[in-house]
Design a protein around this ligand. Structure first.
Ligand SMILES: NC(=O)c1ccc[n+]([C@@H]2O[C@H](COP(=O)([O-])OP(=O)(O)OC[C@H]3O[C@@H](n4cnc5c(N)ncnc54)[C@H](O)[C@@H]3O)[C@@H](O)[C@H]2O)c1
Ligand SMILES: O=C(O)C[C@H](O)C(=O)O
Length: 372
């Protein structure tokens, strides 16, 4: 595969201008771009430029997501709020909702915001990290298109539902545990399909109860309901798949019940006559101010001590390092800082297509002469 690195300035400018070309106002386009590109910076290739066209631009074009975000607070107390995103840009809704939760936490110790009628908000870790930057603990989750089967089931019912935590530390990077409650998530399978790879066995189950590995087929069958993702812990009870199933259910409930929105198979994005319809996703955002407990500095120190002790513990034979959550993403950031974002051939074609449609001719991608 001819993968080429595109420098950060070029990709950031291009993505922002393309969002604007699709009708997203400049300030909001900057937020959407920051969330998308943060994913690439952190090495989360499944949720960065690989998804720019299919998950955001194509949905705006299909009319199931609005480029202009109407962020309406429909209920509010000192520490809580319910927000209606009116099918606007999920990243803008997420950014504003976590900002609200942090403001409440700074005043009253804790803040929680539940969101309705939203769209895909990208990497959950972005919002958890916003809280850590403000000296808060950040927690967030979202529901998503039906993907995970319950333990002993084969029907895709639950979203890949990340349950994400950010904790401030005294290290150069926060602790960010940011992952789906399934073993893998749809973005990773889309990525496997784009680069021509199979999905490893054990991650996806068919209606016949057998493992599925053909990435293209899995993506099709997830839409028709003939494939389902395994929860964290895997299929059945042997490796405790019911724990991932339970956590995915917690996220589904917190994402829907507090704001009285859609859940489970109401989130297919497909209407009664097979037409594309808005997903009406739900999210939740929690910020907890460490200053309301024993203070930020002591919190950071204890967290750092715990992480250092874990990393310093005895390694398994043949292993070189023990990691803590957020560390690999930080390392990716350092590694990619001067290189830029890796763009595979499928994405190269998409970027050129978007550029030509929007007439953003001042962007000359360096891969154009070599890869296409
Ligand atoms: N918006 C949505 O609907 C949605 C749904 C699902 C997932 N996502 C996003 O997809 C992204 C990727 O999710 P994923 O499930 O593929 O994540 P993943 O399986 O790659 O796990 C990532 C997490 O595990 C940590 N980690 C990795 N290796 C580690 C090690 N050896 N030791 C300790 N910690 C380690 C990372 O620091 C990170 O916190 C996330 O950003 C998530 O928010 C979004
Ligand atoms: O793709 C989705 O609908 C949710 C999430 O981003 C995923 O990759 O599973």
């Amino acid at each position: 595969m001819k993968q080429v690195y595109v420098d950060w300035e070029t990709i950031t400018g291009f993505v922002k201008e393309a969002f604007m070309g699709y009708g997203v106002p400049e300030d909001d386009a900057a937020i959407c771009t920051d969330v998308l590109i943060a994913s690439d910076r952190k090495g989360i290739d499944s949720h960065g430029v690989n998804r720019f066209k299919p998950i955001y631009l194509d949905r705006i074009k299909a009319g199931i997501q609005k480029p202009i975000t109407d962020f309406e607070v429909i209920r509010e107390t000192a520490t809580t709020a319910v927000v209606d995103g009116h099918d606007g840009m999920g990243q803008v809704i997420g950014y504003k909702a976590m900002t609200m939760a942090i403001e409440k936490a700074k005043k009253y110790g804790m803040g929680m915001v539940a969101v309705r009628n939203s769209t895909h908000y990208g990497i959950a870790g972005y919002y958890a990290e916003m809280a850590t930057k403000a000296g808060c603990i950040g927690i967030t989750g979202t529901n998503a298109r039906p993907s995970i089967a319950p333990t002993f089931g084969v029907e895709n019912m639950l979203g890949t539902n990340p349950l994400t935590f950010g904790l401030p530390t005294d290290e150069p990077f926060p602790f960010i545990l940011d992952c789906a409650t399934s073993i893998t998530q749809r973005g990773k399978i889309e990525y496997f399909a784009r680069v021509g790879k199979d999905t490893p066995e054990g991650m996806v189950i068919g209606r016949d109860g057998k493992a599925m590995t053909n990435s293209e087929q899995i993506l099709e069958d997830l839409v028709s309901g003939n494939a389902a993702l395994a929860p964290l812990g895997g299929i059945g009870e042997t490796l405790a798949g019911y724990k991932g199933y339970g956590y995915a259910t917690v996220v589904e409930v917190l994402s829907a019940a507090l704001q009285q929105g859609n859940f489970l198979r109401m989130l297919t994005g497909i209407g009664e006559n097979g037409e594309k319809v808005p997903y009406h996703l739900g999210h939740f955002f929690i910020a907890i101010d460490t200053e309301a407990f024993m203070g930020l500095e002591s919190f950071k120190k204890t967290t750092g001590d715990i992480l250092r002790e874990l990393r310093g513990s005895i390694k398994a034979p043949g292993e070189e390092a023990i990691f803590t959550a957020g560390e690999k993403e930080y390392n990716h950031g350092l590694f990619r800082k001067d290189k830029g974002v890796p763009v595979n051939e499928a994405v190269q074609k998409e970027l050129i297509e978007i550029r030509d449609v929007l007439k953003l001719n001042h962007y000359k991608f360096k891969f154009e002469d070599t890869s296409l």
